[in-house]
Design a protein around this ligand. Structure first.
Ligand SMILES: Cc1cc2nc3c(=O)[nH]c(=O)nc-3n(C[C@H](O)[C@H](O)[C@H](O)COP(=O)(O)OP(=O)(O)OC[C@H]3O[C@@H](n4cnc5c(N)ncnc54)[C@H](O)[C@@H]3O)c2cc1C
Length: 495
């Protein structure tokens, strides 16, 4: 008997052979000739794309994954992939008492109430299933838990080899299960039928991302146009837009000045494709920053602006500090980032001096035997630098800091003992919490009626409203993984 699923499988591998049947059955827009066909097309090749793809190919669907860049994995390969999991085998083994309520409180606290409850619960309740599924696909985790900032208990697992190893394992699993992959293939437009159901995408094959363009999405014309048909669904796993200076400056002018450690392909082009067909944009003005060193170690130093003047209390969370830095730069009308300086006592008091040493080896942080060298290197006025250091030292002696830093927290650190360590304190936009609004099955909802846009899903960082004001550390990976699996399950349910 030919049921719908078998019928679909008979089409697997067919490219353009059956468009007339499909046209007749599915009422396509006129004159569209499809060059490629798959059950599911996934746009993007990061962790959300891969986990969704792995789940689908395990269930025997024909999946085509496309990636616009020449390399695989987007921001996911740059990430450490610390992964918060409720009731993992490691938590149970260590006897750690965790609960839905505790995890939810942590997420809400970080998100400051901007995060949507249903998505927090989606992450919490399905994190362990996602972790176990990733393991079953070959992703390896260290045999220890991390107790990370903002979490009330140790609950984050550490991916061995970080994002690179995770994507490699998932990609091998995907290909071994007949998944198909094309890089340098960029989605340009979503194709809908006359009933507004998403039935495919228009792409450019042999597209070459050009880092020299001011806006690659708008200016790059490379590649050959093709149309791809999806029998069941198109999934946008296209990540955030932290490298799109033009777009992020529109949604929040302060973001114009931020740097970004994200991969070059983090642009807003894919988001705009979804908005163009009626997706809802949410929380685009929010941001998540990181510094070159752990934010909690900034407290041991002083931060000086381009005039070598201190302007804030260095004790703060990454969000608060970054906003203050960017606001101060706006006031000074400068694009110069401040400098963070630690002396040898502050450096020794940092949470993990070995890790700090690795930043020196990597060239992120510099070590100076004299303040002359430091001032020259960072182009700071030496007299002003000495003055700012002296005021800070005097404050320590009097236990009264100019910017109300709680000096009891700095464990006898000073600002006078060579060698000195310094680096540029540039807020790096590493994550964009905004994106399209989807339900918990990851169906993208339409702005006119809040109903799902048929055939269209979004997962991972491409979605918005999940984390709110400040994403809790190690919670993007459980979001990407659980959204990828929820989406795959919903697609399978519809067969
Ligand atoms: C340095 C760093 C460290 C991090 N560490 C952690 C951590 O330890 N724990 C944690 O939870 N989170 C961490 N994060 C955040 C987390 O890694 C990301 O949020 C997550 O990997 C995003 O995955 P994704 O699949 O949604 O998108 P991505 O991995 O960014 O993948 C999206 C892909 O889509 C492609 N694409 C976009 N548009 C198109 C198009 N039109 N056509 C075709 N392809 C397209 C992009 O090129 C990209 O490859 C970190 C982020 C950074 C930058």
């Amino acid at each position: 008997m030919i049921n719908r699923r078998n019928f679909l499988k008979t089409l697997t591998g067919t490219t353009i052979a059956l468009p007339s049947i499909l046209n007749a059955n599915e009422n396509l827009k006129k004159d569209i000739k499809f060059d490629e066909i798959a059950d599911v097309i996934i746009v993007g090749s990061g962790v959300s794309a891969h986990i969704c793809a792995a789940y689908l190919v395990k269930n025997k669907l024909d999946v085509l994954m496309i990636e616009k860049m020449d390399r695989i994995g987007g921001n996911s390969v740059l990430s450490q992939q610390d992964f918060a999991v409720l009731n993992s085998d490691l938590q149970i083994k260590a006897g750690i008492k965790d609960s839905e309520e505790l995890f939810l409180n942590d997420l809400n606290k970080a998100g400051a109430g901007y995060n949507h409850l249903e998505h927090s619960l989606r992450i919490i309740r399905n994190s362990n299933e996602a972790y176990e599924f990733a393991k079953s696909c070959g992703v390896k985790y260290a045999n220890k838990l991390k107790f990370l900032g903002g979490h009330s208990v140790a609950r984050s697992v550490e991916t061995i080899g970080g994002g690179g190893a995770c994507i490699k394992a998932l990609h091998e699993f995907f290909l071994a299960n007949k998944g198909r992959f094309k890089n340098e293939t960029k989605s340009d437009e979503i194709i809908q039928d006359e009933n507004a159901k998403v039935i495919g995408i228009s792409v450019r094959e042999n597209y070459r991302f050009d880092r020299n363009l001011a806006n690659d999405d708008r200016q790059n014309l490379s590649g050959v146009k093709k149309n791809y048909k999806a029998r069941l669904a198109v999934v946008f796993a296209t990540g955030g837009f932290s490298r799109d200076v033009e777009f992020r400056s529109i949604v929040n002018p302060r973001l114009r000045l931020a740097k970004s450690p994200s991969s070059l392909g983090q642009t807003a082009g894919a988001l705009k494709q979804m908005l163009k067909i009626g997706a809802i944009a949410t929380q685009l003005a929010l941001s998540r920053f990181s510094f070159g060193i752990p934010t909690e170690d900034l407290i041991y130093g002083i931060m000086l602006d381009k005039n070598a003047k201190r302007f804030l209390n260095e004790d703060g969370d990454r969000q608060g500090l970054s906003n203050k830095i960017l606001a101060h730069m706006q006031n000074l009308n400068t694009t110069s980032y401040p400098t963070i300086i630690l002396d040898s006592t502050g450096f020794a008091n940092s949470h993990d001096p070995n890790r700090m040493q690795s930043f020196i080896i990597a060239g992120k942080m510099k070590k100076f035997d004299t303040l002359d060298e430091l001032a020259n290197h960072f182009k700071l006025n030496k007299d002003e630098l000495l003055k700012s250091m002296q005021i800070y030292e005097d404050g320590i002696k009097k236990n009264k800091d100019e910017f109300k830093k709680d000096l009891s927290k700095i464990k006898n650190s000073s600002m006078s003992k060579a060698p000195f360590y310094a680096m540029t304190a540039a807020p790096g936009l590493s994550y964009t919490p905004g994106g399209v609004w989807a339900d918990t099955n990851m169906r993208v909802l339409h702005i006119s009626n809040y109903e799902p846009i048929k055939g269209l899903y979004a997962i991972g960082e491409a979605t918005g409203g999940v984390h709110g004001q400040a994403r809790l550390t190690s919670c993007s990976i459980p979001d990407c993984m659980t959204s990828g699996i929820a989406c795959a399950k919903d697609i399978l349910k519809g067969i």
